[in-house]
Design a protein around this ligand. Structure first.
Ligand SMILES: Nc1ncnc2c1ncn2[C@@H]1O[C@H](COP(=O)(O)OP(=O)(O)OP(=O)(O)O)[C@@H](O)[C@H]1O
Ligand SMILES: [Mg+2]
Length: 494
């Protein structure tokens, strides 16, 4: 039995072919993973199945209905979680759940949901004040309400920490009926083995459709196979780093946190945090959702006022001279914070001028960064229309346009495909070799290995600090993921 049957489906947007004569079936009662590069067509496929987009040609049926002509019959049977799920930011966690339960006409029984998402202690907090990963979990909980027959989840685990990612999959498995079909798109290849079927798409075509284990037994093997299928990754010298002059005569301690604290009422988002990051160091801030990572970033670049303590960038106090401190850093926010209605090129031009790049150098600098980041084909596109991974690429380009000595990257690779991630990290490690100091957060545990030092952050405090090897030794673990889980659980036990 198939929930979805697709034959020769094509969908174009102007010159771009998003789905290219694609054929596939999705089996009923199974969890099918949809894997693909940024812009491969994952979101277009999901939107076409829900009837939100009308294909140019081809046949499609979902739960026996034609999504275009029988949308009214289909819609009540599906649960669709788009990439940007519509939470009501001015309502609390509980109020959002109530609202969605009422819309779907189901009872207010949220205990299990709140437990799985670990949101129970925060049910009275405004959704707008949740961390990125907490929002994602709440969105999934709202989608699951009412037990839809067919769930379409567009990257539900983006920005979700490794412990909670496992919980989300468990939550879906346990809360659905055996008859429910799930289509789950993802950029985390370590999730692949928990799917019944994995479909890899590239440039609008299916390049693999089968059991995840048949492609690769381990996560690493699977990742390498996917990269091969996508045409392979060739590491080239980072052009961005090549354009940096080696930072020599600068102080050693480039980024300092000095008893940083952020309190909301009697809740401490960040508690008494101090560290010093060395010139050219890649310093990773790891921790579960809501640990206080983004709050630390925001305070350290002067976007949020500490309730106590301060931070210094190249020795300049961020609370006393925020502008001067900020001119030394590039900041990539966790949430896409560029101008959606401006094109890629216009955004870069805006940041070039905001960061004080002289007019006569601006056009050349913008062109250079467009080429280096592979944004040429998208330069005239509005940034809000870009696929998630490309938005991330553009954000990073904007943060780097003024060649700052310090870079703050808040989940730069969330939602980014595996090849682009390798590319990002190639730039990051090459920049560090030029003396650029990098503070970075990630929920990809393989990326944590690239950091020189890691601060493991939980409930607003550092619970472990050291090199990746030191953290593994401390947890008596083989992998970073294992150490993460062990150290967090240990600190919970205390
Ligand atoms: N305005 C606010 N009022 C109340 N609590 C807030 C506010 N802003 C943030 N918080 C809380 O502070 C905590 C830390 O949030 P933060 O965004 O720093 O987490 P994070 O470590 O970046 O998580 P993630 O991995 O999900 O991005 C969370 O519990 C969040 O809900
Ligand atoms: Mg965050």
């Amino acid at each position: 039995m198939n929930t979805v049957e697709i034959k020769n489906l094509t969908k174009t947007f102007g010159k771009t072919t998003a789905l290219d004569n694609l054929s596939l079936n999705i089996e009923k009662g199974k969890i099918t993973g949809l894997i693909g590069a940024d812009g491969a067509g994952k979101t277009t496929l999901l939107r076409t199945i829900t009837g939100l987009l009308i294909p140019d040609s081809g046949e499609i049926s979902a739960l026996g209905f034609n999504p275009v002509t029988q949308k009214d019959e289909l819609t009540p049977l599906i649960g669709y979680m788009p990439q940007k799920f519509g939470l009501y930011e001015d309502l609390t966690v509980l109020e959002n759940l109530i609202l969605y339960a009422d819309l779907k006409n189901v009872t207010h029984n949220f205990e299990k949901m709140l437990e799985f998402t670990k949101l129970a202690p925060f049910q009275d907090r405004l959704a707008g004040a949740l961390s990125g990963g907490m929002k994602q979990k709440l969105g999934l909980a709202c989608t699951l309400l009412g037990n839809p027959e067919f769930l379409l989840l567009d990257e539900p685990s983006v920005g979700v920490d490794p412990i909670s990612r496992k919980d989300l999959m468990k939550m879906v498995r346990e809360m659905i009926n055996p008859q429910t079909t799930v289509l789950w798109s993802t950029a985390y290849l370590d999730e692949a083995h928990s799917f019944d079927t994995a479909i890899v798409i590239d440039k609008g075509r299916v390049i693999y459709n089968g059991k995840p284990h048949d492609l690769g037994e381990t996560a690493q093997e699977f990742e390498n196979k996917v990269i091969d299928l996508m045409g392979g990754y060739k590491q080239e010298p980072s052009k961005i780093a090549e354009n940096y002059t080696l930072l020599k005569d600068i102080r050693d301690c480039t980024v300092e946190a000095d008893n940083l604290e952020k309190r909301y009422g009697n809740f401490y988002a960040v508690k008494n945090n101090s560290f010093c990051i060395q010139k050219g160091e890649i310093f990773g801030l790891l921790g579960p959702n809501g640990a206080g990572k983004s709050t630390s970033f925001k305070m350290m670049c002067g976007l949020a006022k500490p309730t106590n303590g301060t931070a210094r960038i190249m020795g300049i106090d961020i609370t006393k001279d925020p502008e001067k401190a900020r001119s030394n850093l590039g900041y990539m926010a966790q949430k896409f914070s560029l101008y959606g209605s401006l094109t890629v090129r216009e955004n870069l031009e805006f940041f070039a001028s905001a960061y004080g790049i002289k007019f006569k150098n601006r056009a050349a600098k913008v062109q250079e960064i467009i080429e280096v980041f592979g944004l040429k084909d998208y330069a005239q596109q509005k940034s809000e229309e870009l696929p998630l991974g490309l938005k991330q690429r553009l954000s990073m380009a904007c943060a780097l346009i003024h060649n700052p000595p310090v870079l703050f990257l808040d989940e730069p690779t969330s939602g980014v495909d595996v090849i682009t991630r390798r590319d990002f990290w190639n730039h990051i490690t090459s920049l560090a070799k030029k003396g650029v100091t990098i503070l970075v957060t990630t929920h990809f545990m393989d990326e944590a290995e690239y950091c020189d030092r890691i601060s493991l952050f939980y409930h607003g405090e550092t619970i472990a600090l050291g090199t990746p090897q030191e953290l593994k030794d401390k947890a008596k673990a083989k992998t970073m993921e294992e150490s993460f889980i062990t150290l967090i659980k240990e600190s919970e036990g205390e």
